[in-house]
Design a protein around this ligand. Structure first.
Ligand code: NAD
Length: 346
């Protein structure tokens, strides 16, 4: 197998690159290296002869054609995207370009390549998406694979659009696709503008720990390495033209999550006085902030036998430990445009 991974220098893509290479797969990492990318995330994997890198924008069809022609991938896993909801509120255009048009160009390049290869049955186009396409839940219920789409932010609308394109390419052209919709990820190499790293790094710097609104918004949290394992499971065993919801069955309010991170930090790097939780500050809510996401993971559990390997407490502990030991990694990213600023106030 030669697996072309788009967005492999990002948070989740790099976890897939590391895992796939460790499992002996040949990997081509295609990434435009936007502000969110960091090639250090794959520095170890890059030492392997199984790994190659191509810097390209998924909106550049000519570049995509050359990469398909050169590497002749037998599968594509598509993770490249603009991924930060707050940035999508301030500047939705880039989300439409990459997440919608970029997915269109990638589908067309993949279809041309698959056709040139004689339309092999075992070719796969695996589209990686989010649970945010399903909208916002009340206090009960879970998203299943048949929950109607109801995206409510520019980010989730752009991801929903890309999901529709992928389904259309499967129906219309017969492109062999699988799809996944996953809940919130956390773990090592998480770019320092997302909630979990913001809390850890602000806590260590003695800064405020910002909680949007009253902190009651609920998310389901999944350790990124478990997500990478789920993605390779779906790629390997998933049924054609089928989507799988991936979740950790770890629902937490944002406030609970932040309090857990503070408790872990209190133990691992105690302050001279008081708790990191004393730094919690409530800030204006995000416009259109979805109240609750929850995943029904029964399909991937029952059909493919996948389940997460760590609880959220174990995963968060590993994550805090990783940030405590990798200051050079995050310090290099903290100077990037917009990092450390409050974005997406609308
Ligand atoms: P990320 O922002 O950390 O990484 C995205 C990567 O894509 C970066 O390396 C970036 O350089 C690259 N990229 C962006 N635009 C590109 C373009 N035009 N051409 C080529 N490369 C480009 O994102 P992430 O958090 O790792 O998310 C990866 C995928 O998983 C996304 O599709 C996202 O929607 C989905 N997802 C994320 C989460 C989450 O919790 N982070 C949850 C579910 C699904």
């Amino acid at each position: 197998m030669t697996l072309l991974i788009t967005g492999g220098a990002g948070f989740i893509g790099s976890a897939v690159v590391r895992l796939a290479v460790s499992r002996g797969m040949r990997v081509v990492n295609l990434d435009a290296l936007t502000y969110a990318a960091c090639l250090d995330n794959v520095a170890e994997a890059a030492k392997s002869p199984l790994y190659s890198f191509e810097q390209a924008d998924i909106c550049d069809r000519a570049a995509l054609d050359k990469i398909f022609e050169k590497h002749k991938p037998t599968a594509v896993m598509h993770l490249a995207a603009e991924s930060h909801v707050d940035r999508s509120i301030d500047g939705p255009g880039a989300f439409m370009e990459t997440n919608v048009m970029g997915t269109f160009h990638l589908l067309e390049a993949a279809r041309a390549h698959w056709t040139t290869q004689g339309k092999p049955d075992d070719f796969r186009f695996h589209h990686v998406s989010t649970d945010e396409v399903f909208g916002s839940l009340g206090a009960t219920g879970q998203f299943t694979e048949t929950t109607p789409y109801d995206p409510r932010s520019p980010y989730s609308a752009s991801k929903a659009s890309s999901d529709h394109l992928v389904r259309a390419w499967a129906e219309t052209y017969g492109l062999p696709v699988v799809m996944t919709n996953c809940s919130n990820n956390y773990g090592p190499y998480h770019f320092p503008e997302k909630l979990v790293p913001v809390i850890i790094l602000n806590a260590l710097a003695g800064k405020d720990l910002p909680i949007y609104g009253d902190g009651s918004n609920v998310r389901d949290w999944l350790y990124v390495e478990d997500h990478a394992d789920a993605l390779l499971t779906v790629l390997d065993k998933g049924e054609l033209n089928r989507s799988y919801n991936i979740g950790g069955e770890n629902e937490r309010t944002n406030l609970q999550l932040v309090e857990t991170l503070c408790a872990i930090l209190d133990e691992k790097r105690p302050k001279n006085e008081g708790s990191y939780a004393d730094q919690i500050t409530y800030v204006t809510d995000r416009p259109g902030h979805d109240a609750r996401y929850a995943i029904d993971p029964n399909r991937i559990r029952n059909e493919l036998g996948w389940r997460p390997s760590v609880t959220v407490e174990e995963g968060l502990e590993r994550t805090v430990e990783w940030y405590l030991n990798n200051a050079a990694w995050y310090e290099a990213l903290q100077n990037r445009d917009g990092v450390g600023e409050r974005l997406g106030k609308g």
